[in-house]
Design a protein around this ligand. Structure first.
Ligand SMILES: CC(C)(COP(=O)(O)OP(=O)(O)OC[C@H]1O[C@@H](n2cnc3c(N)ncnc32)[C@H](O)[C@@H]1OP(=O)(O)O)[C@@H](O)C(=O)NCCC(=O)NCCS
Length: 178
């Protein structure tokens, strides 16, 4: 974690960082992570995804975070999506937690998650949820960070190569965690 800085990106930052964010997403897909895209997805599709995220950031519906190394290279990202439904304003979803494959195992993912959780509580979002591929190493990662498994839905998504993939849903009640 030496020299790693985690910051929150506003919409302009997100647009400017689109190439770096796209690189992180492409790296995850190339590594076989089920993160919304297929191995044959075009780079332009991945880049457009970040345009949509920047729009959500601009609208105040998503908080976007990035981790940079001492050289200023973006090595990780995570999002907090604020649920707008009137009866779920206490809830937020954590999404696209990505650490570049060359930077894993140094605590960057955990630091991003700590930052996301710390940002949620002051907004009154004290129930967090997320999901991940049931066979992903990320499952051990979230368990390690004190998240609770609610269950797995078979065939929820596809792996980047087109195989079926079950999704395991996690939650963290920040009231209980605090
Ligand atoms: C999951 C991911 C974000 C973890 O990032 P990371 O920076 O390597 O994680 P950290 O180094 O902060 O690890 C935090 C803890 O989780 C554990 N952990 C991380 N990766 C793990 C793995 N592959 N297997 C088992 N445990 C793991 C670590 O051992 C560490 O525990 P410790 O404190 O006891 O050492 C990263 O592997 C990644 O980006 N994967 C691809 C994308 C993805 O699947 N994202 C999640 C889907 S939304």
């Amino acid at each position: 974690m030496d020299g790693i800085a985690i910051t929150r990106l506003d919409a302009a930052d997100a647009q400017a960082a689109r190439p770096a964010l796209t690189r992180l997403l492409a790296d995850a897909v190339a590594g076989g992570a089920s993160v919304g895209f297929m191995s044959w997805s075009e780079p332009a599709d991945l880049a457009r995804f970040w345009d949509a995220v920047a729009a959500e950031v601009a609208a105040g519906r998503t908080l976007l975070f990035a981790a940079h190394d001492a050289g200023g290279v973006m090595v990780g990202t995570a999002q907090l999506q604020l649920i707008a439904r009137a009866n779920q304003r206490h809830r937020a979803e954590v999404a696209k937690v990505l650490v570049h494959s060359a930077a894993r195992g140094q605590g960057i993912g955990a630091a991003l998650m700590r930052t996301v959780e710390a940002a949620a509580a002051p907004l009154g979002r004290d129930l967090l949820v997320l999901d991940t591929d049931e066979a992903s190493p990320a499952r051990a990662f979230y368990n390690r960070l004190g998240w609770h498994e609610a269950g797995t839905i078979p065939r929820y998504a596809l792996m980047p190569d087109g195989r079926d993939c079950g999704s395991t849903f996690f939650y963290k009640d920040l009231r209980a965690a605090g």
